[in-house]
Design a protein around this ligand. Structure first.
Ligand SMILES: [Zn+2]
Length: 418
């Protein structure tokens, strides 16, 4: 779980680490605590339910703090219990439900009531009546490494009848980056194309990376071939199943490997150029013609999702923003006049109305950029100045030979001749 409150100069990133926990010694006192906690929360809920009015924190405290303390709860336990009970009652009312009944053994614990040693993965919980319990968290060093330097402010401990689970909530403040450029990313079967524009539409960086989709597809074709050849038996013969599994593993590892690398690379570039990153909204992609009718659509979409996931993740870690725009028509429409483009030569498109000629992938990034700026220049949401090009106006990178952008883009097949 990651969340990014957007307003303000700083972003707070919250993540939960959920792990199994093994108590050292007896777990009786922990189970007793969880029972008490549940029963106390139920008691508070019952009273709130009958009361049928909204209570302030202060009133809640007056009503329940003393009672809960008498039961043996620590100060912060008491607070967690009544806040939790109130939230359950409110959500049950909002859903016009019945009075909720708690069954599960689970408790929220404030950071004053536990000690977490992340290095050794040891957790000490402070329970009722001065009991303490020490738990060993079952997580690799690598998994907890990430949270070094993060703050943690709360955890939830659960008992599922067999064992204990702990979710620790970590948070970290990342400084949000002041935006100077827009980076549009077009992903298609062969290439990932990245173009960075200034807010007034000049191209300052253009890069193209090959995707491993052809390689992935060969593995997929092997799987299909095997399944076809042994149509009746492949499910049952161990050797055949193993061969299929092997190809599947290769597909996954090639994809993740690429996605991680490209995600990191894009985020680093975006940080250097202070970019907002514009991605295609894959939800709106379903029937986009350019996306290889011949190829396995499901597989490519699955691959795009992985790439986007990594880009979003890495960008978030660096305090960068991601915006998704509808990709419909971005690789078939002229960015200057909006007419339909026709194929001119290999991977090059031409507009029959205004004669613009452009590389297919680059045209797509220009269109993505323009879609972004038309979406945000009007509401000014992301600090795009009012002089950003309107959607019907071509960015200056497209205007003629003298433009600076042309020098940068000239390595990439004959761009934008009008
Ligand atoms: Zn045109």
């Amino acid at each position: 779980m990651v969340s990014y409150p957007v307003r303000g100069e700083e972003l707070t990133v919250v993540e939960a680490l959920k792990v199994r926990a093994l108590p050292e010694g007896s777990c009786d006192s922990l189970i007793e605590f969880l029972r008490m906690y549940r029963d106390a929360a139920q008691m508070v809920m019952n009273e709130l339910w009958d009361l049928n009015e909204k209570l302030s924190k202060k009133k809640l405290h007056e009503m329940f703090y003393g009672k809960l303390r008498k039961l043996g709860f620590r100060a912060h336990h008491a607070k967690e219990v009544y806040v939790y009970a109130k939230s359950i009652v409110e959500s049950a009312r909002a859903n016009s439900g019945r009075k909720p009944v708690l069954r599960r053994l689970s408790a929220r614990i404030d950071r004053y009531d536990y000690k977490l040693d992340l290095e050794n993965r040891i957790l000490v919980l402070k329970l009722h009546s001065n009991y303490e319990v020490k738990l060993k968290l079952v997580a690799s060093r690598g998994r907890v490494e990430k949270y070094r330097g993060w703050g943690n402010y709360e955890l939830v401990v659960k008992y599922d009848g067999k064992g204990f689970w702990v979710s620790v909530y970590f948070k970290r403040v990342v400084k949000s980056v002041k935006l100077k450029t827009v980076m549009a990313i077009d992903l298609n079967f062969d290439n990932l194309t990245l173009a960075t524009f200034t807010l007034d539409g000049r191209v300052v960086k253009l890069k193209r990376y090959k995707t491993p989709l052809r390689k992935i597809l060969t593995h997929r074709i092997w799987v299909e071939r095997i399944q076809k050849r042994y149509a009746k038996s492949w499910r049952f013969v161990k050797g055949i199943r193993r061969a299929i599994k092997k190809h599947g593993e290769r597909i996954r590892s090639i994809s993740w490997d690429y996605a991680h690398k490209i995600g990191d690379l894009i985020a680093e570039l975006a940080l250097r150029y202070r970019s907002v990153v514009v991605l295609e909204d894959l939800e709106k992609l379903r029937e986009n013609a350019k996306r290889g009718r011949r190829f396995n659509k499901k597989l490519t979409l699955w691959f795009y999702r992985r790439v986007q996931f990594c880009v979003e993740y890495e960008a978030g870690e660096r305090g960068l923003r991601i915006v998704k725009v509808n990709p419909r028509g971005t690789s078939t429409r002229c960015p200057r006049c909006g007419s339909k483009l026709v194929e001119d030569s290999y991977r090059t498109l031409r507009c029959s109305r205004c004669n613009l000629i452009g590389d297919r992938d680059v045209v797509a990034t220009v269109n993505l950029y323009m879609r972004f700026s038309s979406k945000y220049s009007r509401c000014g949401g992301l600090g795009v100045p009012p002089n950003a090009p309107k959607p019907d106006e071509a960015p200056s990178g497209m205007r003629g030979n003298k433009d600076e952008a042309m020098k940068i883009t000239s390595n990439y097949i004959n761009l934008y001749e009008s």
